[in-house]
Design a protein around this ligand. Structure first.
Ligand SMILES: Nc1ncnc2c1ncn2[C@@H]1O[C@H](COP(=O)(O)OP(=O)(O)OP(=O)(O)O)[C@@H](O)[C@H]1O
Length: 464
């Protein structure tokens, strides 16, 4: 990339040299050197007296304190907005900023585009409303659309995200003669409601979806490398998308109570035209119980509520009896580090200490419970521990924080499957992307990875 330089002056008339090198914008003054990746710059504006460069960068990291006790969880990184001002007026400066503007990672969008943001004000640390005002809206205004084309919808309680999304799909997406971008601003629960609400409308349209993470876990955003709200909006401005793969979840009852292998062929599924979709995680037992029971502690505690419930469950160590059938699956062999192709149908039975299916490698930053999962493949990854002890489960969970190394534990089974049937022996709870569902004794859950752009269905393209 051509290297350009110019001499500018700050609002207090100090001389500053500005330049670009490769993908970097740099300013040099008597006060030192400031370096900003060009991809962090989201707008360059000119008013009567100045050029203003707006950017969203990660603050410089502080060296770790020697004495600080090391947490398993990496420190969350968050971009911060900042601006630089230079006196306007010089012709050379006009040329410099014209060239820099063309290099910004911002896609020009159709000026008729409308943005509908569905925002959960209580997600994460409950600062999402403020983030909208201070970060998200100012960044969206870098697009060539007016503020009247940006619509904010606040969720009022559980399930409201779905209602808003369903209403937008039927009354706006299905009818609009202009492009629409949907933003899901919150955690995985909000994203789950947005996807499911829109899917209920049963319209065959392509939706552009921006994921703006401000929840506690943000597994989906983490899988896409989106670290915080400003990062989510930078992806929207960049305009690159990929299809969002979902997993269809169906509930049924087994009419065959025998222990024969073909029980999955006699399942009567509920006539649910709109089965729920998940994008992140399905769990049963340990993980589902952490989600379920920690919900009672949400009003009193932050993320530490999960550790508290996990500690209790590791002491109690319940196991969950069930039958599993997998279709088109493969097993990871940790010794040879290769996949063993399984037969077309695989049957498994047992008492499970851990049962989790995920489409994302991490459920929260650093917790790589399904390290080989991919947002773009045809599989859902399965992590199983049968008849595990408390120490075995503790060790596996600890190693999941160590770059997903738990998959080398001899007792742990790691598989990929396109379809899964689970029949539970006792009434129980399962977790669907953070939502808890009750299953009666003998109840069956089927997971099936949905191909993108399935005929007649809504399809989502997420900004990456
Ligand atoms: N105004 C509201 N008051 C109370 N609950 C709400 C409100 N709006 C949405 N909710 C509910 O809040 C729940 C949690 O939201 P969300 O998942 O976005 O945040 P989180 O739990 O902090 O993040 P994550 O799921 O990534 O850990 C959702 O189930 C949603 O239905």
């Amino acid at each position: 990339m051509a290297h350009i330089t110019a001499i500018a002056s700050s609002p207090d008339k100090k001389k500053i040299s500005i330049s670009t090198h490769d993908d970097i914008f740099e300013e040099d003054s008597d006060e030192g050197r400031l370096t900003i990746p060009i991809k962090d710059i989201f707008a360059i504006k000119k008013d009567q007296s100045s050029y203003i460069v707006y950017y969203a960068s990660y603050p410089a990291t502080e060296p770790e304190a020697e004495t600080a006790s090391k947490s398993l969880r990496p420190t969350a990184k968050s971009r911060q907005l900042a601006e630089l001002r230079y006196n306007a007026g010089d012709e050379a400066l006009n040329t410099f900023f014209d060239v820099l503007r063309q290099r910004l990672d911002i896609k020009t969008i159709d000026p008729n585009t409308h943005i509908h943001a569905i925002l959960n004000p209580v997600s994460g640390s409950r600062t999402t409303r403020k983030q909208w005002q201070d970060v998200i809206l100012p960044m969206l205004l870098a697009l060539n659309i007016s503020e009247s084309q940006i619509h904010l919808h606040l969720t009022q309680g559980t399930g409201d995200g779905s209602k808003i999304a369903a209403d937008l799909a039927s009354n706006v997406l299905a009818k609009a003669g202009y492009p629409i971008i949907i933003l899901s601003i919150g955690g995985d629960g909000t994203l789950h409601e947005v996807i499911n609400g829109m899917s209920q409308a049963q319209i065959a349209v392509n939706v552009q979806l921006g994921i703006v993470p401000s929840g506690s876990g943000n597994a989906y955003a983490t899988a896409l490398g989106i670290s915080d709200p400003a990062d989510g909006i930078l992806r929207v401005l960049g305009g690159k998308t990929q299809p969002l793969r979902t997993i269809r979840v169906s509930f049924g009852q087994c009419t065959d109570s025998t222990s024969g292998q073909s029980w999955h062929e006699s399942v009567k599924f509920k006539d649910n035209v709109q089965d729920p979709r998940i994008m992140v995680v399905f769990s049963w037992g340990f993980h589902a119980q952490i989600v379920s029971k920690s919900e009672y502690l949400r009003p009193f505690m932050g993320n530490s509520r999960f550790s508290l419930v996990a500690g209790f469950l590791l002491w109690w160590m319940p196991r969950y009896a069930g039958n599993i059938v997998l279709k088109d699956s493969k097993l990871f062999d940790s010794k040879s580090q290769t996949w063993k192709e399984a037969t077309e149908t695989t049957f498994m039975n047992g008492n499970y200490s851990y049962f989790l299916a995920a489409k994302m490698p991490e459920l929260e930053p650093g917790f790589r419970i399904a390290p080989l999962a991919s947002t773009t493949d045809d599989y859902v990854d399965l992590v199983l521990l049968k008849d595990g002890s408390s120490d075995e489960l503790k060790s596996a969970l600890y190693r999941a924080f160590d770059n997903g190394n738990h998959i080398h534990e001899p007792k742990l089974e790691y598989l990929k499957t396109k379809e899964l049937y689970l029949r539970v022996q006792h009434s129980t709870e399962v977790c669907l992307d953070g939502e808890i569902h009750k299953i009666p004794k003998g109840g069956v859950v089927r997971l099936e990875v949905v191909k993108p752009l399935t005929q007649g269905e809504i399809a989502f393209q997420t900004f990456i």
